[in-house]
Design a protein around this ligand. Structure first.
Ligand code: AMP
Length: 293
């Protein structure tokens, strides 16, 4: 480790086993530290780093997990090709003053055969849950495990995956995890594209087209905020515009923030999520905007 690193950078501990991470966290807790947790699948970018900064503000010691979770990938999805760059991720965590990075391998987290699962009712009928069967069950499985391993006081998730945030909030409530869930806003590139580890898959032309999703969401937001309360035509028009640019629509709709169901007629005083997912070549992009009428 080079000498020009600050004291905070030097204290990052990397753990690969549950036993070790528990023992390091015990030490922090015994010295009275409040633990902030940021679960990630690695390939860290400025969006992840903003979550770490948020966790630092809300706690005394930050734990980051890096684990590409197999149970949240469908059989034809990109588990094998998902970007993995653990060494540079650890360096980023050091720079951000992270206390512990937990990087377990698959066998440390999952047995050869698992007998139990968590099922989700209704909250995963639409949005990403609608098109990725088993996705949120896989997420809840890993987040539940990580919460039991790390036992944080607060955990920070990104609004980028708003359905995930809402379903995890529900799990914390129903399973009585004593953890405060915080939601950090979406970090975007200058042209509006939400940062994502999967943006690495985009070629030069696709990267130019990619911000169209955010522009469409932004346009829908402006129309809804200026009084459009039945958004179907507006949504259909935006879908056609995106398709004309070469994007394949998975979904584009306005959803109730709590029930995560699509809402055909919007009403004053309610909170909504304007959300979309599109395919650009092989790459799936998601984005959303939260609004309150
Ligand atoms: P992932 O590594 O994709 O599982 O993401 C780990 C966490 O980072 C999740 O809580 C994501 O919602 C969050 N995240 C991903 N992209 C962004 C972004 N552009 N801005 C803020 N948070 C993000």
């Amino acid at each position: 480790m080079s000498d020009n690193k600050t004291a905070t950078q030097r204290t990052t501990i990397v753990c690969t086993t549950i036993k070790d991470v528990r023992s390091e966290i015990d030490k922090l807790k015994k010295s009275g530290k409040k633990i902030g947790f940021v679960p990630t699948m690695g390939a860290l970018h400025a969006g992840h780093l903003s979550l770490i900064q948020h966790a630092r503000e809300k706690s005394d010691a930050v734990v980051v997990s890096i684990f590409v979770n197999p149970t949240q990938f469908g059989p034809n999805e990109d588990y094998d090709s998902y970007p993995r760059q653990v060494e540079s991720d650890i360096k980023d965590c050091e720079q951000e003053g992270v206390s512990i990075v937990f990087v377990p391998d698959r066998g440390e987290v999952y047995d050869e055969k698992n007998y139990l699962n968590i099922t989700v009712e209704e909250l995963n009928n639409h949005m990403c849950g609608g098109s990725r069967p088993g996705f949120f069950e896989g997420i809840l499985l890993i987040v539940n495990k990580l919460f039991n391993i790390i036992k944080p006081d607060v955990a920070v998730f990104g609004q980028k995956d708003i359905q995930q945030v809402q379903i995890i909030r529900q799990m914390v409530h129903e399973f009585n995890h004593d953890i405060e869930i915080l939601c950090a806003s979406i970090v975007r590139a200058n042209d509006g594209l939400a940062l994502s580890s999967r943006n690495m898959y985009l070629d030069e032309n696709e990267r130019v087209i990619a911000p169209s999703l955010y522009r469409a969401l932004h346009y829908i937001e402006s129309q809804v905020m200026s009084g459009v309360d039945t958004p179907k035509l507006l949504l259909d028009h935006q879908k056609s515009e995106l398709e004309a640019k070469g994007l394949e629509i998975d979904y584009l709709n306005v959803f109730d923030k709590k029930t995560l169901q699509p809402v055909p007629v919007l009403s004053k005083g309610s909170e909504y999520i304007i959300a979309g997912a599109v395919y650009l070549g092989e790459t799936r992009l998601i984005d959303n905007i939260l609004i309150e009428l």
